[in-house]
Design a protein around this ligand. Structure first.
Ligand code: BTN
Length: 260
């Protein structure tokens, strides 16, 4: 269980991040909109025990029960908006590797789900503030089903989610997991700053077991089926369709096909 900071206490420092703990917020991604001093260069992390309005990708509601690790980080940036995708990818790798250390064989699913045996363990949602072609700030929100019994999820989700405590048979220390994820993320962020994106993308692909499989992609524009061929340098998914052509997918939800 994560304790909230008393009102008058300074934020905890983990891996160079000022970490603020809350009992309940609407969404940890949204807390940054309310923090006035966002001009700061500080790296900030907001953690909440629960979220009343947790947000998922494609405008979905993110169920944020007590026991999960719900956090967002905010980074100042002077980079192009395309870097938001890269930072989201390296956060995915950081979470997968932290989870591996706990002994769970998790994999990545494009664009940024973390699954175990096809069930969702973690989701990542990034937003950014862009001004005159420059991404001034990026916010990366991570929802990790840590110490939650999957049976306590609403019935429509029960069959499709999993958790660390369910898979390991015991609860984990949320603060230690958070610190490990932030450390792993920071190492990769510095590597990204030094121009090593291709190496980092390779590392992401190493954990992406869906590559080479038959998949379906549902996006706002269409639903298509084909083979997951590759991930392009801009983070988009390259699919090989049944007629032999390739299609670049920039947004959508991916479904692993089991019928073939
Ligand atoms: C997804 O749909 O897979 C992304 C889910 C992201 C959930 C996390 S929990 C912390 C942060 N706050 C939110 O409201 N969403 C993200």
């Amino acid at each position: 269980m994560i304790d909230c900071n008393p009102q008058d206490e300074l934020p905890k420092i983990l891996s160079d991040y000022q970490v603020y703990f809350f009992d309940e917020v609407s969404s940890t991604n949204d807390v940054f909109n309310e923090i006035a001093e966002m001009d700061t260069d500080a790296k900030i992390c907001v953690v909440a025990r629960t979220q009343s309005c947790g947000r998922g990708r494609r405008r979905s509601h993110w169920v944020s029960l007590n026991g999960g690790l719900w956090f967002s980080i905010s980074l100042r940036s002077q980079n192009p908006p395309s870097d938001a995708v890269k930072l989201t990818f390296i956060m995915g790798t950081a979470v997968v590797e932290a989870v591996h250390e706990i002994g769970i064989r998790a994999v990545l699913k494009w664009p940024n789900d973390i699954l175990v045996d096809g069930k969702k363990l973690c989701g990542i949602l990034s937003t950014g503030k862009v001004s005159r072609g420059v991404m001034e700030r990026v916010i990366i929100g991570v929802g990790l089903n840590a110490n939650i019994d999957p049976a306590s999820f609403p019935s429509h989700l029960r069959g499709s989610v999993t958790s660390i405590s369910y898979l390991c048979g015991h609860e984990v220390d949320l603060l230690l997991v958070l610190e490990d994820i932030l450390n792993k993320f920071e190492v990769r962020r510095q590597s990204l700053q030094s121009g090593h994106w291709l190496k980092l993308l390779q590392e992401w692909k190493h954990h992406a077991s869906f590559l080479g499989s038959r998949i379906g992609v549902v996006s706002s524009k269409a639903s298509i089926v084909g083979e997951a061929w590759d991930i392009e340098v801009d983070g988009s998914l390259l699919m090989k369709l049944d007629d032999g052509t390739t299609r670049k997918i920039v947004e959508g939800s991916l479904r692993l096909c089991i019928d073939n």
